[in-house]
Design a protein around this ligand. Structure first.
Ligand code: 13P
Length: 348
């Protein structure tokens, strides 16, 4: 199957009432791990690259690796997504390269650190929406500010400083016409999200539910959704690592989100932990090894296991064959003639 529009993939997820994991990649092994899991569980999938990933791997390497994934797995719908675009130019370059979806994270200024005003966020996001939709490309926006830092992008902090205001979320969706909306509900990027298992005072699921009630048809996005499982932390620490005790987002909370409009679930850290643990184990227990394949193969397998588990937990497993890809040119026509709506349904 050619790469699909993320809008199509999320519309289908909404029809089926499931969530879709969006997994970050930087290299071939991670892409193979995701595709192995997608095949194993028969899942549609979103593969996403941050600005940091694009510069680490170089654009054309990463782009062609993801194209290879599509070529080798024609039965799997794959959306190729720019994670946390910091400017119109970043999103434009991803679109011109062939990404089928971009995130314009206008919640921060172009430095990727300083919170932006609502007006600045609306202006830059709308500019990306106009450019992207004319080319059939999906846009995710963000309202409220996530905590933590990922690949140098992020305001830092706990994630509770700029929780999304439901009224602003409605206004933002109406003014920009985004296809998917990332909201801040107390999650943050990275391994150190919470110093104890998060409860209702930390994870603002009530805010998510309130936003879904007001925007019942808008695809919501949960960033910072790694669960940071203890067993993955333990492998790293058992073989010489020094992770401090930490908690991530419990899978049950993500599933509650999925029952309330969350369609895209961003996961990076869990995969990083799985790969690093597997590599540490080989290097620690078999110090005589020096062929990279001796540790990259177990690393790839460890990541595939986590991704397959998440695909099952998010409900996307079994849905790869539900639909055929609509071409990006057709999607562009849909935005133009209004058959693909960009006006959110608002419950007042
Ligand atoms: P984690 O750090 O929780 O995996 O979040 C990743 C993410 O949200 C990417 O945008």
């Amino acid at each position: 199957m050619p790469l699909v529009s993320m809008r199509q993939l999320l519309d289908e997820a909404a029809k089926g009432g499931y969530g879709v994991g969006a997994f970050n990649v930087n290299d071939m092994e991670q892409i193979q791990a995701i595709m192995g899991a997608a095949k194993e569980t028969n899942s549609p999938v979103i593969i996403q690259a941050s600005r940091g990933a694009r510069s680490f791997a170089q654009d054309r390497y990463l782009f062609h690796l993801i194209l290879a994934a599509a070529e080798l797995n024609p039965e799997i719908p794959i959306a190729m997504h720019q994670d946390h675009g910091n400017s119109f130019e970043t999103c434009k370059s991803a679109i011109e390269l062939g990404y089928t979806s971009v995130m314009m994270d206008g919640s921060l200024k172009e430095d990727g650190k300083t919170p932006a005003s609502f007006e600045e966020n609306v202006a830059v996001t709308k500019k990306v929406v106009d450019f992207a939709h004319a080319r059939g490309v999906t846009v995710e926006g963000e309202i409220g500010v996530l905590g933590g830092v990922e690949d140098g992008h992020g305001a830092g902090g706990t994630g509770l400083e700029h929780v999304t205001d439901p009224d602003q979320a409605v206004e933002f969706a109406e003014l920009t016409g985004v296809d998917a909306l990332a909201i801040a509900i107390g999650t943050s990027h990275g391994a150190y999200k919470f110093s104890k298992k998060p409860d209702g005072s930390v994870l603002k699921m009530d805010v998510l539910i309130a936003i879904h009630k007001r925007l019942p048809k808008t695809h919501l996005v949960m960033h910072g959704s790694s669960s940071v499982p203890k067993d993955l932390q333990d492998v790293i620490n058992q073989y010489g690592g020094k992770l401090k005790e930490t908690w991530g987002v419990p899978v049950e909370e993500i599933q509650l989100g999925i029952r309330n409009g969350v369609r895209k679930v961003n996961v990076d850290t869990d995969n990083r932990l799985a790969m690093t643990g597997a590599i540490r184990k080989v290097l620690w227990t078999q110090p005589e090894k020096f062929d990279p394949r001796d540790y990259l193969k177990p690393a790839r397998e460890a990541m595939q296991k986590v991704v397959a588990q998440r695909m099952t937990q998010f409900g996307q497993a079994g849905h790869a064959g539900d639909y055929q890809a609509v071409s990006i040119a057709e999607i562009a026509k849909g935005y133009k003639d209004g058959s693909l709506s960009t006006k959110p349904l608002v419950a007042r």
